[in-house]
Design a protein around this ligand. Structure first.
Ligand SMILES: Nc1ncnc2c1ncn2[C@@H]1O[C@H](COP(=O)(O)OP(=O)(O)OP(=O)(O)O)[C@@H](O)[C@H]1O
Ligand SMILES: C[C@@](O)(CCO)CC(=O)[O-]
Length: 457
């Protein structure tokens, strides 16, 4: 009798996607105003391990939030997702969640981490919902078993796009597993790369809908394509995204107040304000849009390098300060964010605004060019004393990347293969440990990783 040839198991692979800072226009972006955002070097890393044929389970192993849950593939609600009226394909444009599909996955998402306090459990349920919605939409009931292990160097709920970067990783992994993405490879035509980025981005947006409720799409857009973009949500159809090719290498200070909050809550707060005070709120949102436009004009017409005039930086700084003032008026600041701003203002080293959803989370400061090292060190001591954390913010990082298989060839001629397995990723110590293990971080130089790059207009 002829022996059946068993198909070899796919090798473990990794995907990675960056966090972001919004330089201008958060919240207003939800209401169709322009926003400028850039990818940063903090990233999420997802390792996908394929199980042997007999193990028909799928596991989310999200280390940072302590979520570890296994579903039996055959018990998931495939019939609802596969029904002719509901079935969506990898190329489908999904811009809203289907309540019936959401209902079908709710009991499976709610099954996670039952013994945890409600606040922490909610976080788990959100991540599980995003995963299940994407898995059931893009995969099939015949799917082999998988383990998805995630680690991130992005602080969670801090305004740096942690949820978007997780959703971009999940969307990329699932699209790669169903073999519906081309590349990335170094000589890939830019237009082809753009199509892949958009596909990843659109499904990441679906994940963001599960976590956020009402996202504009700016976070997943920056995380997918990287670099810096001008983002504009349209009333119908996909948003307009313009890569900002010559976005300046600004000296930005990034400070986390360590007050976590949910973006969904902050966005909902602004929507309520708009319902209760429609005219005034619309005026504020419009003005934020105008500030973004002015900043863009300034950035496009000025060279912000070592020779930039003090005047240009001061103009940009003033726009940053005004943007923050308007966000305060929208009610999305926090006493801790005001404290960071106050400390920076007392030290007189630059111009500060909150970034992302606010209500806690991070602030960015554009530094004056002539700031003395001692002043910065003194300020750093104050940040530490008050429990704030400073991050390195290099703007314009690469977007989503792939390491397939999850092996480094880091020797002189690409030899010395070093496999990244689940245990190594689980045990990496802190952000530095993760970056050392995966080789993509501030340096972004190690062998093996490939990135799709957005076409420039
Ligand atoms: N490392 C992670 N592991 C698992 N889930 C994560 C991780 N990071 C974020 N999430 C999911 O994203 C949610 C936080 O998203 P939220 O949009 O509130 O914050 P953010 O994305 O950090 O901030 P912003 O949207 O303002 O940039 C968490 O509740 C969790 O569900
Ligand atoms: C607050 C917000 O504008 C940015 C969150 O990073 C929400 C969004 O645009 O989805």
């Amino acid at each position: 009798m002829e022996r059946k040839v068993s198909s070899p198991m796919a090798p473990a692979f990794m995907v990675s996607a960056p966090g972001k800072v919004i330089v201008f226009g958060e919240h207003a972006a939800v209401f169709g105003k322009p926003a400028v955002a850039a990818a940063i070097s903090l990233r999420s890393y997802l390792l996908v391990t394929t199980l042997s044929k007999s193990r028909r389970t799928v596991t989310l192993n999200f280390i940072d939030i302590g979520l570890n849950h296994t579903w039996i593939i055959d018990t998931l609600p495939w019939p609802v997702f596969q029904h002719a009226s509901k079935k969506r394909f990898y190329y489908s444009l999904v811009d809203a969640l289907d309540p019936e599909l959401l209902n079908a996955i709710t009991p499976h998402a709610e099954a996670v981490s039952r013994d945890l306090p409600e606040k922490q459990r909610k976080m788990h349920v959100r991540s599980a919902t995003a995963f299940l919605y994407l898995f059931l939409s893009l995969s099939s009931s015949e799917s082999p078993g998988f383990i998805y292990t995630l680690r991130s160097t992005i602080p969670i709920g801090a305004g740096l796009g942690s949820s978007a970067s997780v959703c971009v990783c999940l969307s990329t992994a699932l699209l790669l597993q169903t073999r519906t993405l081309a590349g990335p490879h170094p000589d890939q035509p830019l237009k082809e790369a753009e199509v892949q980025i958009e596909r990843i981005n659109q499904w990441a947006f679906v994940g963001e809908l599960c976590i956020h409720g009402d996202p504009s799409g700016v976070d997943n857009t920056v995380s997918s394509g990287g670099k810096a973009v001008l983002f504009h949500k349209n009333t119908s159809g996909p948003p307009s995204v313009t890569p900002l090719v010559n976005f300046p290498k600004l000296r930005l200070l990034l400070v986390d107040t360590r007050q976590p909050r949910s973006t969904a809550t902050q966005v909902e707060k602004v929507r309520r304000l708009k319902d209760n005070h429609p005219k005034t709120t619309e005026l504020i949102l419009d003005t934020i849009g105008q500030l973004t436009a002015s900043a863009l004009e300034l950035i496009s017409s000025t060279t912000f390098d070592g020779n930039s005039t003090y005047e240009a930086i001061e103009r940009l700084g003033t726009l940053i300060r005004m943007n923050h003032g308007l966000l305060v008026a929208l009610g999305v600041s926090h006493p801790c964010l005001e404290r960071v701003r106050e400390l920076v203002d007392f030290a007189d080293i630059g111009w500060t605004k909150l970034t992302g959803a606010g209500g806690g989370g991070c602030a960015i400061t554009l530094s004056r060019p002539d700031v003395k090292e001692e002043t910065v060190e003194e300020l750093d001591r104050k940040f530490i004393a008050e429990g704030f954390q400073k991050y390195e913010a290099i703007l314009g990082a690469d977007g989503v990347g792939v390491l397939w298989p999850a092996v480094f060839r880091n020797g002189p001629d690409g030899e010395n293969g070093e496999e990244i397995d689940q245990k190594k990723l689980e045990n990496a110590v802190g952000a530095r440990g993760i970056e050392q293990l995966v080789g993509v971080g501030v340096r972004e130089a190690r062998e093996g990783w490939r990135f799709w790059t957005r076409a420039e207009d």
